[in-house]
Design a protein around this ligand. Structure first.
Ligand code: UDP
Ligand code: MG
Length: 318
């Protein structure tokens, strides 16, 4: 089977309220582009009726549904979608209609005309709460720093990737990955365009603050050794200050005599505690990396596909 021209990959986690409306809007957009296409929906272990609704969509030959065995998280679900996709241009988006499907042709057009490898998107007039936007702002700054790519909005999942980039990404087998950042490792030409952003159509976000903090750590620890460097430079600075303080104590001891120095012993204790604290912190960070090496070394699958549902009578078993 040859490649289709455009595929859309959508991770789905408890989105029963949004799926019918998503398809109602997405289908005409895809048909209107006059290109061969496929729609890949990944059920990321939903607890509601999402999977049943998704399966009903497979009556249409353009739709494939990837059923995962449990909830693996948004980025792993997209990776599972990438593993079955067969298209020259792959567009990712959310299932909650915060990314309007009507913007897909724009992304595809920019990619084709500019011969780009990745086309990202900036959410115009973002419709999210302040508490959701603030962590995104921090993620954007960090992502820009560590990837060295000056994209403005990393969190927006409405993105287009060329098949070569997708193929390279599925070779990675990395756990806890952040797809927009991973893509920049393999992409030479990157563009970014403005897209509309809407309120969630139904249901609620599955990203509480704790998950966002995790994502932030994934991003930093998976793509850079910046935290380790920070500890190293912090350590050098602390030692330097320690030496200065030692010289100060010695001078003061000579000037004011032994009694003064004995009284100052508690200051030394304080300094010691700071150092011990720093060491524990450093060990913690190193432990985090070792933990990651352990996870990678076990080579457990990042996701497990239960089944791929298509309109073929025979369901494809992976
Ligand atoms: N999602 C997923 N697995 C998860 C969490 C989310 O597949 O564990 C999907 C979800 O169905 C949606 C997209 O990822 O299509 C973005 O999730 P959400 O709208 O909850 O995040 P937010 O818009 O608040 O960033
Ligand atoms: Mg959302």
């Amino acid at each position: 089977m040859g490649n289709v021209q455009v595929a859309v990959v959508i991770p789905v986690y408890n989105e029963e309220e949004n799926l019918p409306e998503l398809m109602r809007r997405l289908m005409p957009v895809m048909q209107g582009m006059n290109k061969t296409f496929e729609i890949i929906l990944i059920d990321d272990g939903s607890h509601d009726d999402s999977l049943e609704i998704l399966k009903s969509f497979t009556k249409d030959e353009h739709v494939k549904v990837v059923e995962l065995t449990r909830n693996y998280g948004q980025h792993s679900a997209i990776m599972a979608g990438f593993s079955v996709v067969q298209a020259d241009i792959v567009v990712t988006m959310d299932a909650d209609l915060q990314n309007p499907p009507e913007e897909i042709p724009k992304l595809v057009k920019v990619m084709e005309e500019g011969n780009y490898d990745v086309v990202g998107s900036i959410r115009k007039g973002r419709k999210d709460s302040f508490l959701r936007i603030l962590p995104s702002k921090i993620i954007n700054i960090v992502a820009r720093k560590i990837t060295g790519v000056s994209m403005r909005d990393w969190g927006c999942m409405l993105r287009a990737y060329r098949s070569t980039v997708v193929e390279s990404m599925i070779q990675c087998h990395e756990h806890a990955t952040f797809i927009p950042a991973l893509a920049t490792v393999f992409a030479k030409r990157i563009a970014e365009i403005e897209v509309e952003h809407e309120e969630r159509y139904g249901g609620k976000s599955s990203y509480p603050l704790s998950k966002l903090i995790n994502l932030q750590f994934d991003l930093v620890a998976s793509f850079s050794d910046f935290p380790m460097k920070l500890i190293m430079y912090g350590g050098i600075l602390m030692s330097f200050l320690g030496v200065c303080f030692g010289i100060f104590l010695a001078v003061a001891r000579l000037a004011y005599g032994a009694r003064w120095a004995a009284d100052g012993i508690f200051t030394l204790f304080a300094v010691l505690f700071v150092f011990v604290g720093m060491q524990f912190f450093a060990l913690g960070v190193i432990g985090e990396y070792i933990g990651r090496i352990y996870v990678e070394a076990r080579k457990r699958p990042e996701y497990v596909i239960e089944k791929v549902h298509t309109n073929n009578q025979r369901e494809i078993l992976i």
